[in-house]
Write a protein that binds this ligand. Structure first.
Ligand SMILES: Cc1cc2nc3c(=O)[nH]c(=O)nc-3n(C[C@H](O)[C@H](O)[C@H](O)COP(=O)(O)OP(=O)(O)OC[C@H]3O[C@@H](n4cnc5c(N)ncnc54)[C@H](O)[C@@H]3O)c2cc1C
Length: 416
């Protein structure tokens, strides 16, 4: 059985990342830039990303800038507005302009096609060019066992590897969580969701070109379970919709988020909705549906040499559009704590700081995402601290300065 040797140097570690989703790839980029030897183990030969949009608010986009990722190469649409429509008439009933977003938060609000972003991050993580040693990607390496104290991973293909640090970024159905001794508390939610995409060319033929041209996330509903969230991505070439509806309508029991459906089913699920959307749905492509689940926050994220990251650490409802942003923040925190600035900290200290930095903030976003599932006034951009003290706001999420928070935590560690 081949075993990866541990590195001898204390400042350059041999780090494993299990899972090559957006979280795992982001961690690989952050850690290679900090000078570490990174190996990404992926169970399949692809990242498994699907055709749908993904918005990165500034708290996620900020790290793409820090890591010198060429953002335009991933073909984002820069969001300029949040638009609320009346459910049936489609009339605009509210707007949150994002014109001053860059000025307020330091980056654009980027909306990507998930596949574009995944492809690009994979290239940035593994390319020879770029700061630090390129990460190695080993596909067909499904991790099945993990010894947290030793950093030893066993794979389904019969091989093993030992690493100084193991980052478990194996997604919402993470099996590595249990290996760290965590038992997830998961319950089916009352919501299901369809996702679909449509090309701008097709939209124009249908007379709906405005949806591609508006650089906006557009909402219908959201006061209760029913909600449509639409946005353009891929340089305005594609428009993507997420369509939430009560689970009782079809009591979907199958797991996964790749269950195919038809445009007619999708349109029939929302009989009173704006006719323009029902027309779009009947002509949409790649229509999939899935059931949403509630996940309770975990009591810890770190065990021995191993930590959780991304959806494996904080699976959340999609209603804050923050799951991937939180994964990028996790990766950012690892990049900071494993940088030369904190070389004096031991691995256990770094991982302890990582959990202290990340778990409270991600759990707060996780909780507020659950509330936002059925109440759009909880969603950042539509939420305000004046509604209710302690409500999550766009300022708290997008204006976050992780570098200074990490510095404070490390200072506290030194002077308890
Ligand atoms: C409807 C919807 C809309 C969303 N919109 C947004 C948005 O606008 N903005 C935002 O920030 N977030 C959004 N999110 C959340 C975001 O998609 C996720 O948080 C993010 O993609 C999670 O990335 P990840 O890398 O942690 O997990 P994943 O993408 O699930 O990656 C896990 C990887 O691990 C691999 N893997 C699993 N098990 C193993 C194993 N045992 N061994 C090896 N490899 C393994 C998998 O094959 C996969 O490649 C949305 C989510 C949904 C459902």
């Amino acid at each position: 059985m081949p075993v990866t040797a541990k590195s001898q140097s204390t400042s350059s570690y041999n780090i494993a990342i299990i899972g090559s989703g957006l979280g795992g790839l982001s961690a690989a980029i952050a850690l290679r830039r900090a000078g570490h030897q990174v190996t990404i183990y992926e169970r399949y030969d692809f990242g498994g990303e699907v055709g749908a949009s993904l918005s990165l608010a500034s708290n996620g986009s900020r790290f793409l800038h820090e890591w010198e990722v060429d953002i335009p190469a991933a073909k984002p649409v820069i969001l300029r507005n949040l638009i609320m429509h009346d459910w049936s008439s489609g009339e605009i009933s509210g707007q949150y302009p994002l014109g001053d977003y860059r000025e307020r938060f330091g980056t654009d609000y980027n909306n990507f096609h998930r596949i574009d972003l995944h492809k690009h991050l994979k290239n940035v993580a593994t390319a020879e060019a770029g700061q630090g040693p390129p990460a190695q990607l080993k596909v067909w390496h499904k991790a099945i066992k993990l010894d947290p104290a030793q950093g030893r991973i066993a794979f389904e293909n019969g091989t093993e590897a030992v690493h100084d640090v193991v980052v478990c970024a194996d997604g919402i159905r993470s099996q590595m969580r249990e290996q760290l001794g965590i038992t997830p508390q998961v319950t089916p939610s009352t919501s299901c969701c369809y996702r679909c995409i449509i090309s701008t060319k097709k939209l124009r033929e249908l007379g709906l070109g405005e949806f591609a041209d508006n650089s906006a996330i557009e909402f219908w509903g959201g006061k209760g379970i029913d909600k449509i969230v639409m946005s353009p991505c891929s340089n305005h070439e594609v428009v993507s919709c997420y369509c939430f509806y009560p689970a009782e309508k079809n009591d979907l029991k199958e797991d996964g988020w790749n269950i195919s459906s038809t445009g007619e089913n999708l349109a029939a699920t929302f009989p009173d909705l704006d006719d323009r959307l029902r027309l779009l749905f009947r002509n949409a492509e790649d229509i999939k549906m899935w059931r949403l689940y509630n996940h309770e926050p975990y009591p810890y994220w770190v065990n021995g040499r191993c930590c959780l990251l991304g959806d494996a650490a904080h699976p959340m409802m999609p209603d804050q559009s923050q799951g991937a942003c939180m994964a990028l923040e996790d990766a950012g925190a690892l990049g900071i704590l494993f940088s030369a600035e904190y070389a004096h900290l031991s691995i256990p200290d770094k991982l302890q700081m990582y959990e202290l930095e990340r778990r409270p903030r991600a759990s707060r976003v996780q909780e507020s995402s659950r509330r936002a599932r059925t109440d759009i006034t909880e969603r950042i951009g539509w939420s305000s601290a004046n509604d209710r003290p302690g409500k999550l706001t766009i300022e708290e999420v997008c204006g976050y300065n992780m570098h200074s928070h990490v510095a404070e935590l490390v200072e506290k560690l030194a002077n308890p």
